[in-house]
Design a binder for this molecule. Structure first.
Ligand SMILES: [Zn+2]
Length: 441
């Protein structure tokens, strides 16, 4: 006697991303109440389940929703305004513009960022930006998992944070976390001490303690460029990761964005603490920061996920193109074509990103008991043929335009290449109007 389910996805090449890296040819997924209840062949699940709703993957590639482990989504409003600069010049250009941000402009920027993410097959992001409640509101409406929360940027911040003392900021962050305790689709909250160059060790220690008291992820930039490391050494008397270690900020609940300039013992430190790294190759290349030692970090057991960084420094919120770049860069850096196989890069874009957020029991693979965050990529075009290996096709030849359907929590948030919760043309128009107003001042 077949059991009922809410939705059956059928006839896909299901890239499960479980420990065994299983691929099911003509695979299917049964979903009930937003949860994956069965994964098997189409024939098997069509016999086991009855449903009012079937989604035919038409022999496309089915993967877990991708995780963007480091971004600033609302910075879509500043896309293209600070190109061709080093990190220091980039920050100097952006910080005055950020003084002009309002809840409305962050909402417009976050809406565009989330729409672009969903269209790219990204279903979860660890975000760091002002007015986090605005982005959360948009994410809940569009069906996107946004892990975010209060951000601390020291004296370099926008006027609305700088007008408070650090103690006041900390108290406000604490009450924000109390009043936003239900993380909804985001599943967890985060707290973002920006970096060791804008905050002192004791401030970072207090912020990390606050995050841990609330079960939140600590999300921090560190060791992004050689110039940053030198600056922090000069001003704090220690390297960025040493400052984080002294502040007890490194732990299994911490995500360090970038980690480009690392000494051996700093790699060991990250491994010993179980701290995750968000590798942001596009941003690191565009700002000429360098190439992170991702292969070595992974070999030491450090969880590494893929980040796009903000759309002002990478200009693209797709995790798949960033994963492609990550694989190519490790091969180039090590002079070893076997470094970072396609399967490992896809793992970083999915299950390792979820693990880095402490959410791999719910996200990152297509397994029974996990939430139904599923991306169906079309594989009918010439760029997907011949399909010898789904990992190879995904990483090296498919792109954003091949994303056909996206489910988050079992809900169809992208259908036939269009977001279901917003009018993309209208979102783009509002982003352009908002960006123009911000740049005029
Ligand atoms: Zn960043």
């Amino acid at each position: 006697m077949p059991s009922p389910c809410d939705l059956l996805v059928v006839h896909g090449r299901v890239v499960v991303m479980d420990e065994a890296r299983t691929i099911i040819e003509d695979g299917a997924i049964a979903v009930s109440s937003g949860e994956i209840v069965a994964v098997d062949t189409s024939g098997e699940l069509e016999a086991r389940f009855v449903t009012g709703r079937t989604l035919d993957a038409e022999s496309g590639i089915v993967i877990p929703g991708m995780v963007n482990l480091h971004t600033h989504l609302a910075m879509t409003v500043f896309r293209g305004v600070a190109d061709d600069l080093h990190l220091e010049g980039f920050l100097a250009a952006l910080w005055p513009l950020e003084q002009r941000l309002s809840a409305q402009s962050v909402r417009a920027g976050a809406t565009a960022g989330i729409v672009e993410s969903l269209l790219s097959g990204v279903t979860t992001a660890l975000d760091m930006y002002f007015y986090p409640e605005e982005a959360i509101h948009v994410a809940e409406r569009l069906g996107f998992r946004l892990v975010t929360g209060p951000v601390f940027v020291g004296a370099n911040g926008a006027a609305f944070t700088r007008s408070h003392s650090f103690e006041e900021e900390l108290a406000r962050a604490s009450s924000w976390l109390d009043s936003h305790a239900d993380a909804g689709l985001g599943l967890r909250r985060s707290v973002g001490p920006h970096s060791t160059y804008v905050l002192h060790e004791d401030q970072i220690a207090a912020i990390s303690e606050l995050a841990r008291d609330h079960g939140a992820v600590v999300h921090v930039h560190a060791a992004e460029s050689a110039a940053e490391v030198e600056l922090v050494l000069r001003e704090r008397g220690a390297r960025p990761l040493e400052v984080l270690e002294s502040a007890s900020a490194l732990g299994a609940d911490t995500v360090v964005a970038h980690a480009v300039v690392l000494e051996q013992r700093e790699q060991e430190m990250l491994a010993a603490r179980g701290t995750a790294v968000a590798h942001c190759p596009t941003s690191n290349l565009k700002l000429a920061s360098g190439i992170a030692p991702v292969s070595e970090l992974r070999a030491r057991g450090v969880p590494v996920g893929i980040g796009t960084d903000g759309p002002a420094s990478s200009n693209d919120l797709g995790v798949l193109p960033a994963a492609r770049l990550a694989a190519l860069l490790q091969k180039h850096r090590l002079g070893d074509a076997q470094a970072m196989p396609a399967r490992d890069a896809i793992a970083m874009a999915t299950i390792e990103g979820a693990r880095s957020l402490g959410l791999d029991h719910l996200l990152g693979s297509i397994e029974v008991g996990k939430r139904a965050d599923i991306v169906i990529m079309s594989a009918s075009g010439v760029s997907a043929a011949p399909l010898h290996s789904p990992y190879s096709s995904l990483l090296y030849s498919l792109g954003k335009s091949d994303v056909r359907h996206v489910l988050v929590d079992g809900r169809l948030v992208v259908e036939d290449g269009a977001v279901t919760g917003a009018d993309e043309t209208e979102v783009a128009r509002e982003l352009s109007v908002t960006a123009r107003q911000l740049l005029k001042g």
